[in-house]
Design a protein around this ligand. Structure first.
Ligand SMILES: Cc1ncc(COP(=O)(O)O)c(C=O)c1O
Length: 421
């Protein structure tokens, strides 16, 4: 009797489980990706590539420009836009020659490509890397670092090192002071500490020109709900203002038109909408909108960057060592019916087209031949292209040979990514 009841319960459980069986998520390409697939089947070099949708990039740039208006100048974040071609395109479209840079080789590249630019470091570099910049700057370069480059100083020790460097180089260096406005990412932690650094500089004159402050607040984009974004923004801007008050007490060091940099893709809309202590914002990723930037404040921006990779093999989704359970797994989940091997992989990205593809957690990831699972409903076959949406652009663009430019459903050109080293 007991056993029969158990069997009955088991059968009900199985039926119930079957009712929870995943639906078939596989779908053919949408018209946008079907066209892109056709283009790449006809015109690509057959290796994984990055595609920038220029129409969408334009829309994102126009939205950014509209929101910033003429009140809040823009500095383009070079690490998130990955290519001189893209920076040049956006600098022209958005009317800026201000760039934020994070890597010494790229600093030299930008000084060469944009001889009229204003370059601000987004993180403090070791003095040895700064020295390398001057060593690699060609003699007679049109770019004049003493007027056009601002190093970032985050501590009394680095202030001392840059003072030494300026003396050793025999030329003045411009510096901005990094301040911690509550995001715990380093920099001068309190206005009092900033004041001590400025007092030291006053007492120990060095060929360093203070240009202003940099206080990044991008983490506000992920404020926990129990803290509340509006309150956190009010506190971080109040903190920024307190640093300004202290800095302005050092009249002989503090410039009349100080540079007050901050913000990022995740917070530019907050600065643009309300009272801000900043007189420029640094923005990069919002222009391409990788998926880490799917936040409410960027709802109007559209994804504009895709990784495309050709399918090398399309197989019935089999696993080694699982002969017995395989049929059951596939019958249970139609999204595991097919396996597709891509050219390359292990990118920080998620497959988006055709719909219904996913990584195979059982099999693992591969940078050489990434395995994806899906149902047969997508109609995907060998030599078709799979499109993935990057989670972030920084560090990714440089890992590709070329950026292909898409406009009005045509490939209209290419940009070279920044060099990696
Ligand atoms: C100092 C600084 N400013 C601005 C940004 C904003 O960059 P993005 O707009 O690409 O998020 C970052 C990003 O890490 C940063 O470190």
């Amino acid at each position: 009797m007991k056993r029969r009841r158990l069997l009955g319960l088991g059968a009900i459980g199985l039926l119930g489980g079957w009712a929870l069986r995943p639906g078939d998520h596989g779908q053919p390409y949408t018209p946008y990706f079907a066209r892109l697939n056709q283009l790449l089947r006809q015109q690509s070099p057959g290796i994984p590539l990055l595609i920038v949708d220029l129409g969408r990039l334009d829309q994102n740039a126009e939205l950014l420009a509209r929101r910033l208006g003429s009140q809040l100048p823009l500095r383009l974040v070079a690490k998130s836009l990955g290519s001189i071609g893209m920076l040049d395109y956006l600098a022209n479209k958005l009317g800026t020659q201000r760039f934020m840079v994070f890597h010494q080789p790229q600093l030299n590249q930008l000084a060469h490509s944009f001889p009229q630019s204003d370059l601000l470091l987004g993180k403090p570099l070791p003095a040895a890397a700064a020295l390398r910049f001057y060593q690699q700057l060609p003699a007679g370069s049109a770019f004049v670092p003493a007027r056009q480059l601002t190093w970032l100083v985050d501590s009394p020790a680095r202030l001392g090192e840059y003072a030494e460097l300026a003396r050793a180089l025999g030329q003045p260096l411009q510096i901005a002071l990094e301040i911690d406005i509550g995001m715990a990412r380093g920099g001068f932690a309190t206005p009092a500490q900033l004041g001590e650094a400025l007092a030291w500089l006053r007492a120990n004159p060095a060929p360093l020109h203070v240009r202003g402050l940099m206080g990044y607040d991008g983490h506000l984009g992920h404020t926990p709900f129990w803290v509340g974004q509006a309150g956190a923004f009010a506190r971080s801007t109040a903190s920024y203002r307190a640093f300004i008050v202290t800095a302005t007490e050092f009249r002989e060091l503090w410039p009349r038109q100080a540079l007050l940099n901050g913000g990022g893709s995740l917070t530019y809309a907050l600065h643009a909408a309300g009272a801000t202590p900043l007189n420029e914002v640094a923005v990069g990723s919002a222009l391409l909108k990788p998926s880490d930037f799917d936040v409410e404040l960027l709802a109007g921006h559209r994804p504009a960057l895709w990784i495309a990779s050709p399918v090398l093999k399309a197989l019935a989704g089999q696993w080694p060592f699982l002969d017995g359970t395989q049929a059951l797994l596939q019958a249970w989940n139609p999204n595991r019916q097919q396996a597709y091997y891509l050219y390359g992989g292990q990118w920080p990205a998620d497959p988006v087209a055709p719909a219904g593809l996913s990584y195979d957690a059982l099999y693992g990831r591969s940078a050489n031949q990434e395995r994806l699972l899906g149902s047969g409903s997508s109609g995907l076959g060998v030599d078709d292209w799979v499109f993935l949406r990057p989670q972030r652009a920084e560090g990714l663009i440089e890992s590709f040979a070329e950026l292909y430019l898409l406009r009005n459903e045509r490939l209209v050109g290419r940009w070279a990514p920044h060099s990696r080293v």
